[in-house]
Design a protein around this ligand. Structure first.
Ligand code: C2E
Ligand code: CA
Ligand code: CA
Ligand code: CA
Length: 277
């Protein structure tokens, strides 16, 4: 029994070591990923719940490691945050996203782009300037951009957060609370932030059943958001019954595999064309 325990503990340690080594080498490789052209963006549509019209796209970062293949963003974003590389990644996403927005706009495809920003980005002094420069460089109005922040990012340093978000708002940039419902903040607290939009976390939406506990949470969130004058997006919409139900509850926008999986820039352009023409 003791030997068995020791063996499984060594196994565990070995597993820990391996994970640690993987992380170290990922952090090392992450530094050159952008200049090596290993990053790309996928775009996932956000449509009007009432009309199905395309209103926006969310930019989702992908990393194709030359040796290890596709690394999930949940893994490398956390590593980028811990190693301080996140600012570089965010910069790349904002630049690349704005460039794509400009292309779409030239082609007469007018959508808004959602970009994910981490808590650490908000604490960095250069963020506002970088957003401003990216918009300028591509001749875009601030209204074209929606910055998605999680509740926890917002509540980490409320005063500084609020000040920075005000400057982004002054540029016309829209602000959304991502993964709403997974944190511990109340909508009342969040309302003090200059946000216009709420994204209900997909964990409440994916298996939404009428009358369930999830349904109570989702419906009351939508109602409260209406009262506070916020627009509501549901993410993780995977089937039509859920989409219909959300529309009935007054949810404004839908995003999820039902509408489309995240697409390459080319596929997203085709998708937008087919919705317009
Ligand atoms: P998120 O911002 O909550 O993005 C939504 C995630 O849900 C995406 O996963 C998307 O592919 C997935 N999704 C969308 N619709 C559905 C659906 O109907 N069903 C299911 N099961 N999933 C759906 P992805 O692309 O793997 O990204 C995971 C997370 O990584 C994101 O969650 C975000 O927190 C982070 N992330 C992705 N790109 C960036 C980025 O450029 N910067 C930062 N800071 N974080 C990013
Ligand atoms: Ca998001
Ligand atoms: Ca989310
Ligand atoms: Ca998330």
């Amino acid at each position: 029994r003791a030997r068995q325990l020791r063996q499984s503990y060594q196994c565990y340690l070995h597993g820990q070591d391996e994970r640690h080594l993987r992380h170290l080498s990922l952090v090392r490789d992450l530094q050159h990923a952008a200049s090596n052209g290993e990053f790309s963006l996928r775009y996932q549509p956000q449509v009007s719940a009432l009309t199905g019209r395309a209103l926006g796209m969310e930019a989702l970062l992908r990393w194709d490691h030359p040796r290890l293949g596709r690394i999930p963003p949940d893994e490398f974003i956390a590593l980028a945050e811990r190693s301080g590389l996140i600012h570089q990644l965010t910069q790349w996403v904002i630049d690349t996203g704005c460039q794509q927005l400009a292309r779409w706009s030239e082609a007469g495809l007018n959508v808004r782009l959602g970009v994910n920003i981490s808590a650490m980005d908000l604490q960095q002094p250069g963020l506002i300037k970088r957003v401003e420069r990216a918009l300028d460089r591509h001749g875009l109005r601030g209204e074209c951009l929606c910055i998605e922040l999680t509740e926890s990012a917002l509540m980490e340093s409320p005063e500084m957060g609020a000040r920075k978000l005000q400057s982004l708002r002054a540029m016309g940039v829209e602000l959304a609370i991502d993964d709403y419902g997974t944190g511990y903040s109340s909508l009342a607290q969040l309302k003090r932030m200059p946000v216009q939009e709420l994204k209900i976390d997909k964990s409440f939406v994916m298996q939404l059943v009428k009358g369930s506990e999830d349904d109570v949470i989702v419906s009351s969130t939508i109602e409260l958001a209406h009262h506070l004058g916020l627009s509501v997006v549901a993410e993780g919409v995977e089937d039509q019954t859920v989409a219909d139900h959300l529309a009935e509850q007054g949810c404004h926008m839908l995003q999820g595999f039902l509408i489309s999986r995240p697409m390459t820039a080319e596929a997203a352009t085709e998708w937008l064309r087919s919705r317009v023409g």
